[in-house]
Design a protein around this ligand. Structure first.
Ligand code: FES
Length: 125
C-alpha cells in the first residue's frame, strides 16, 4: 500500500503557541503560501490568502495574529478570522472564510497532508 504523500513543515517545538510557519507550496497546481500555526495547543493551517483581496495574511507584518492572539488578522486592511473555523469576523469580507489545509502532527513533527497541496518543485511550467 503506498504511503500517503505529505510535506514536511517543522519540528513540533518550532511551532509554539500563537506562532506560525509560512511555507511555499503548490496549491491546486498554482504557487501558493500556506500558514501553519498553533492555537490553543492545536496545530492548524490555512492557505495564506485573505478572503478580502487575496493578499497574504502576513503581507505587512510578520504575524498572522491580532494583538490579543485570539484571532487571525490580515495585516493589509485588518480583516480578522476565527482561528478554528477560518470564518471572517469582519464586515469587509463577511460570509467568507480562509481555505483550510489539512495538517498532521505526530512525534516526528508537523506535516501538510492535504492532497491539494504539493511541493512547489512539483509544478510543471
Ligand atoms: S487584503 Fe486582507 S484585509 Fe484586505
Amino acid at each position: 500500500m503506498p504511503t500517503k504523500a505529505r510535506i514536511w513543515v517543522c519540528d513540533n517545538d518550532q511551532l509554539e503557541e500563537n506562532n506560525y510557519v509560512q511555507i511555499e507550496v503548490a496549491y491546486a497546481s498554482e504557487p501558493s503560501s500556506v500558514v501553519v500555526f498553533r492555537y490553543k495547543g492545536k496545530c492548524l493551517a490555512y492557505r495564506n490568502r485573505c478572503a478580502h483581496m487575496q493578499q497574504r495574511l502576513d503581507c505587512k507584518k510578520d504575524t498572522i495574529f491580532d494583538d490579543t492572539g485570539q484571532n487571525l488578522r490580515c495585516s493589509m486592511h485588518g480583516a480578522t478570522y476565527d482561528p478554528i473555523t477560518g470564518e471572517s469576523m469582519s464586515a469587509i469580507c463577511k460570509g467568507e472564510r480562509l481555505t483550510p489545509i489539512r495538517v498532521q502532527e505526530n512525534e516526528e513533527g508537523v506535516w501538510i497532508t492535504d492532497k491539494r497541496v504539493k511541493p512547489l518543485a512539483g509544478i510543471s511550467k
